[in-house]
Design a protein around this ligand. Structure first.
Ligand code: SF4
Length: 694
């Protein structure tokens, strides 16, 4: 089936000041002068390297797998948005039980290459991580496998990446290395980006006609829904305003017109600085009406920042993020979903101000439409895939370039399909589906990295759009490029009831957005929902899933956190309220010694809770109902743990070390979080059986 051509709209236009900017390819050989840092599981080996002893590495020495960007640059480090970041790479890196890397030690060590195990750079899409490595002197990152966004961020910044460990001997011997070692096997655009030393110089060369993008030559073929969306958005001729090709296939590489671009206060300021410095402070952004900024991550930071971080001046540094984004939004005419004014709470006290919305929550609630391409400065951008968008996270440099070009480069990924069939038990949710998927060997062993996960099956069709968003959101934890669910009658209903769209228009939006019979998937995973039970993920990684009943013994909790973009939607609030109402009827309240926080993803959800009376239920049961924000999810708000012995049950999407404080963080569904808050230990919610005949 041929994909319909997208309306041309406003296609790439670059500021004329870039037409004369000098730009050239790098030499065909590179010499990487410096030491090699092996990020191993053994803290003493890391310490020895930092003290100047080169490691005589051999494959029997285990490298650390799953080093997340939270470990490379913990959230509080990302308050910096300039070269100061070079002081901090790997500050959250854990080897054994230790954190062996201190401020300034990597930069002082003279390292040019850094080597790790599987799934290097997983987690958050923060470009501060490779930027911190680059500013500390790292020019080459090596991993047994490297996560997509992190790898693209490296390429966009001009940092070389490889999974070929053979390069290390050549670095060690100080040999020149052909640049082709890093470009072989890549598509033409990626090769050119590497050769030009980053995305911005490449785009300048594109503007100046020094590089051309090959035409898409894929003939009509059966396509997945995501491939159809890519085909509709392929930029054919920027100058003539043409977009859309008959078909694409995995591996095709091109530029794609975006419908929505968004970023939050962790990223906008760094991108704004790049724009001001490299393009010009007075230059306009390309189509600011389709750009959105969010103040969501750090709204409550002042309440939880550790005293030593306050003393380091980090609160002031973080305040600059808010100010820079606000000023840039005003200067460029971009809609900013900002910080709320302080307001009176239920008891009449002046409560802390929250955010208008978490970025993903608002994009789904108010903006995303089926068939769109959406890019965001955050790994959970796939959230909007719940209504059939191709939505994916990009780094700071890609955001900044999209402000110039309105397009984004992509190599069309392979797709794999997860079919969830059957009738799920009443206490099993989309979060449980995801924890089950995340422990599947295909995902756990890293095969899904960079692929598109398409969810299907009658158990997925039965989910609301809110619950579907939990699944597409957590495509980030899968390591996938994005997650998508083909739009259907539920999507149409959502657009009508949530957006107030005309039904016929909503149906038009969804038309043709299905995967063709014969579409190509590299893997199919089948899950029987009727066999699932409430799950949790043990601390350390969302892939550490198991059924709650498989726990060795009782796990008492100190904190129950019910919120975030993943679990702060209307239906999540309904789930918390349902369990708490049940509990109140049984005379239960939040257990002594447990603090339970409930936090909505947006002001709209907060108001919904008031309309439904959920806020009264939360108050009656003894939970703390916090204003909307990312907050504890990013170690920056009420609900974070304070000490390593704290135990948290949380409905958020990831539990990498240090993500929400120093404690032990278990992931679970909204039902499980609420039931555990009442019990004081991790437990599944057991609803009253429905009487026969009802
Ligand atoms: S709630 Fe958590 S996962 Fe979602 S955008 Fe905020 S920090 Fe990221």
């Amino acid at each position: 089936m041929l994909a319909a051509l997208a309306p041309p709209g406003e296609l790439p236009r670059m500021p004329t000041s870039l037409l004369t900017k000098p730009v050239a390819r790098r030499p065909g050989e590179v010499r990487l002068s410096g030491r090699i840092l092996y990020l191993t599981n053994a803290p003493e080996l890391v310490t020895a390297q930092l003290q100047g002893k080169d490691l005589d590495w051999d494959p029997s020495i285990p490298l650390r797998d799953n080093i997340s960007t939270d470990e490379i640059t913990p959230a509080y480090i990302c308050y910096y948005f300039d070269e100061t970041l070079g002081e901090f790479p790997y500050l959250g890196f854990k080897a054994g039980d230790d954190f062996p890397i201190a401020r300034g030690s990597v930069k002082a060590g003279g390292f040019v290459a850094s080597v790790a195990g599987k799934r290097r750079g997983k987690g958050s899409s923060r470009e501060q991580s490779p930027y911190a490595e680059m500013c500390a002197g790292i020019r080459l990152v090596v991993g047994e496998s490297i996560e997509r966004i992190y790898r693209e961020n490296c390429q966009n910044l001009g940092v070389l990446t490889t999974t070929d460990f053979g390069v290390l001997e050549r670095v060690k011997r100080g040999e020149t290395i052909p640049l082709s070692v890093f470009t072989d096997g890549e598509g033409q655009i990626t090769r050119d980006i590497i050769e030009y030393g980053g995305l911005f110089p490449y785009n300048v060369a594109r503007l100046q006609g020094k590089v051309t993008v090959s035409a898409c030559a894929t003939p009509p073929r059966p396509m997945t829904v995501a491939e159809k969306i890519f085909a509709r958005h392929w930029v054919v001729d920027a100058a003539r305003g043409q977009a859309g090709v008959p078909a694409v296939r995995p591996g095709d590489e091109g530029f794609f017109l975006t419908d929505i671009r968004f970023s939050h206060e962790y990223v906008t300021p760094m991108a704004a600085i790049f724009f001001d410095q490299l393009v010009g402070a007075d230059e306009p952004l390309n189509d600011p009406s389709s750009i959105f900024f969010f103040r969501d991550h750090l709204t409550f930071l002042d309440q939880v920042m550790r005293p030593e971080h306050v003393e380091m001046g980090l609160l002031d540094v973080a305040a600059q993020l808010e100010r820079k984004q606000r000023e840039f939004a005003a200067a460029k005419g971009v809609r900013l979903y900002g910080q709320l004014e302080q307001r009176l709470n239920l008891t009449g006290a002046l409560a802390a101000a929250g955010s208008e919305a978490i970025c993903h929550s608002k994009i789904l609630e108010a903006h995303a439409l089926p068939g769109q391409i959406i890019i965001g400065s955050d790994s959970h951008t796939p959230h909007a895939g719940a209504v059939g968008c191709v939505a994916f996270g990009v780094g700071t440099t890609a955001v900044f370039n999209s402000w110039i070009t309105r397009d984004v480069r992509v190599q069309v990924p392979k797709s794999f399909r997860v079919v969830v069939r059957g009738r799920k038990p009443a206490n099993v949710t989309a979060k449980d589906f995801m924890l089950q998927i995340l422990r599947h060997p295909y995902v756990k062993d890293g095969h899904a990295i960079g692929q598109i996960i398409e969810y299907a099956g009658d158990a997925v069709e039965a989910l609301s759009v809110d619950e579907r968003a939990t699944m597409t959101n957590m495509a980030a934890e899968v390591g996938a490029f994005t997650g998508i669910i083909a739009p259907d009658a539920k999507t149409v209903d959502y657009l009508v009831t949530q957006r107030g769209m005309d039904r016929a228009e909503a149906e038009r939006c969804c038309a043709g957005l299905f995967s063709d019979p014969g579409a190509e998937y590299v893997q199919a995973i089948d899950i029987d929902a009727s066999m699932l039970k409430p799950m949790l993920a043990l601390p350390g990684d969302p892939g550490n899933g198991l059924f709650i009943e498989e726990l060795d013994g009782p796990v008492r909790i100190d904190i129950a956190y019910a919120g975030s973009c993943t679990a702060g939607k209307k239906e999540d609030m309904d789930m918390y309220a349902r369990v708490f109402r049940d509990g109140l009827e049984r005379g239960q309240r939040v257990a002594p010694g447990v603090t339970c926080f409930i936090q909505c993803g947006s002001r709209e959800v907060f108001e919904y809770c008031r309309q439904q009376g959920h806020d009264r239920v939360f108050a009656d049961v003894g939970a703390v109902f916090v204003e909307p924000s990312c907050g504890a999810c990013i170690n920056a708000g009420p609900g974070v743990s304070r000490k390593p012995t704290d135990v948290t049950i949380s409905a958020i999407n990831r539990n990498f070390p240090g993500r929400s404080g120093p404690g032990q963080l278990y992931l679970a569904s909204p039902y499980t979080v609420a039931a555990s808050a009442l019990a004081g230990r991790i437990t599944a919610w057991e609803p009253e059986p429905v009487p026969a005949g009802v």
